[in-house]
Write a new protein. Structure first.
Length: 241
């Protein structure tokens, strides 16, 4: 028999926090000054599209592990150039503040309540590609009640590489079967399942905006499927808030 689940590990970008509208909000004042014709939501999406290719360079071994803040900054400078803005013409404080938009993302409305409930029965921690400083700043700002900050920088591997999941379980002193990934992304859950993790799918149907086409429904028979974090807490027998 599989051991009981002891730790719930969460994808963060898109699952716990709303990166799209948050980054757009943070970028809007900058764009109003330097590129008034650029839509902040489109800018956020363009920045995000460079996320996976940047990490793939690390996953493939083409470059050593590089924390996400640095990848985000490289991607930001590329996106600015794509929009006709020369990064070299901007002062460092402006670029750094804009890059740290990812440290100031808002949680989905149900996230904090659900995490607090889930924490009463389980270890809860991020299993994110975000680096430690980013995850700490998100948690402090949004009130995310993590028991620990885990993920890519701790594991020195980016999801969906197996090491990202397996080293996180090892750090907790748990077998993979005692860990459950909670995510809004079927691909992330599939990679975790291949490593022996249990799985919970919580869809975020507006992560990519009103025209989102993927991750609207479960693509496998995940261990749990819930419409929100509080709904997952109900399924897992956590007491009400």
């Amino acid at each position: 028999m599989a051991p009981p689940v002891r730790a719930l590990l969460f994808d963060v970008f898109g699952t716990v926090v709303d990166w799209r509208t948050s980054v757009a909000r943070e970028a809007a004042p900058f764009l109003a000054e330097y590129a008034p014709g650029v839509d902040p939501l489109a800018f956020a999406a363009a920045w995000r599209r460079r996320y996976q290719p940047a990490m793939e360079a690390v996953r493939s071994g083409a470059r050593p592990f590089t924390r996400l803040d640095i990848l985000h900054r490289e991607n930001l400078e590329a996106v600015l150039a794509d929009h006709g803005i020369a990064p070299a013409g901007l002062d460092e404080a402006t670029l750094d503040h804009l890059n740290k938009a990812w440290h100031r993302l808002d949680p989905w409305p149900d996230s904090v309540e659900g995490l607090r409930r889930l924490k009463t029965r389980f270890i809860i921690a991020p299993l994110s590609n975000g680096n430690i400083a980013l995850m700490l700043n998100l948690a402090k700002r949004a009130g995310l009640p993590w028991d620990a900050i885990l993920g890519a920088e701790v594991a020195q591997a980016y999801k969906p590489s197996p090491e990202a999941y397996l080293r996180t379980a090892e750090i907790l002193g748990l077998p993979p079967e005692a860990c459950m990934l909670v995510a809004a992304h079927n691909g992330d859950l599939a990679a975790a399942r291949r490593c022996g993790f249990r799985t919970a799918f919580v869809p975020r149907p507006t992560e990519y905006g009103p025209d989102q086409e993927k991750d609207l429904a479960p693509e496998q028979e995940w261990d749990f499927v819930a419409a929100s974090f509080p709904a997952l807490a109900d399924q897992l027998g956590c007491p009400p808030a």
